[in-house]
Design a protein around this ligand. Structure first.
Ligand code: AMP
Length: 125
């Protein structure tokens, strides 16, 4: 997959307002919205507004302001959706990356999943 950013990926189009989304939270550098095919009662995607392909791309190349904003947005989404550990039952945060990680959309995103027991993290290979 590499780090070459595809401006036509679906999340780039969402960020440009070309495709609608169900926004949960928008901040200066991040957008959180409902996954279109939810796999749990809570299934929200958090993305940076910047053009980063994957978690490792974001971790290496994003500014500190973008990184702080993103991590705080994940935390706020957990609070808003009721899965945060202060009041809720917990959640799973997943960032599929590249081919082995089976990343379908090549714009970095973290899935926040919760609202039910999620089972073990991985199936046996
Ligand atoms: P991944 O396999 O980690 O790249 O996951 C991509 C996710 O994006 C999947 O869970 C899809 O259901 C979700 N998705 C694809 N298109 C849209 C869309 N237009 N709005 C919201 N979620 C989407």
């Amino acid at each position: 997959m590499g780090y070459a950013y595809d401006d036509q990926n679906i999340f780039a189009r969402i960020l440009r307002g070309e495709i609608p989304n169900k926004t949960v939270l928008e901040t200066a550098h991040s957008l959180a919205f409902e996954d279109i095919r939810p796999q749990a009662p809570v299934h929200v995607l958090v993305i940076p507004k910047g053009k980063y392909v994957s978690y490792d791309d974001f971790a290496r190349n994003a500014s500190e302001a973008e990184i702080v904003d993103f991590v705080r947005t994940v935390g706020e989404v957990c609070r808003m959706t009721g899965v945060a550990l202060d009041a809720g039952e917990g959640f799973r945060a997943i960032a599929n990356s590249g081919g082995a990680g089976v990343q379908e959309v090549p714009h970095f995103h973290t899935h926040i999943l919760g609202g039910r027991g999620l089972g073990r993290m991985l199936q046996p290979a």
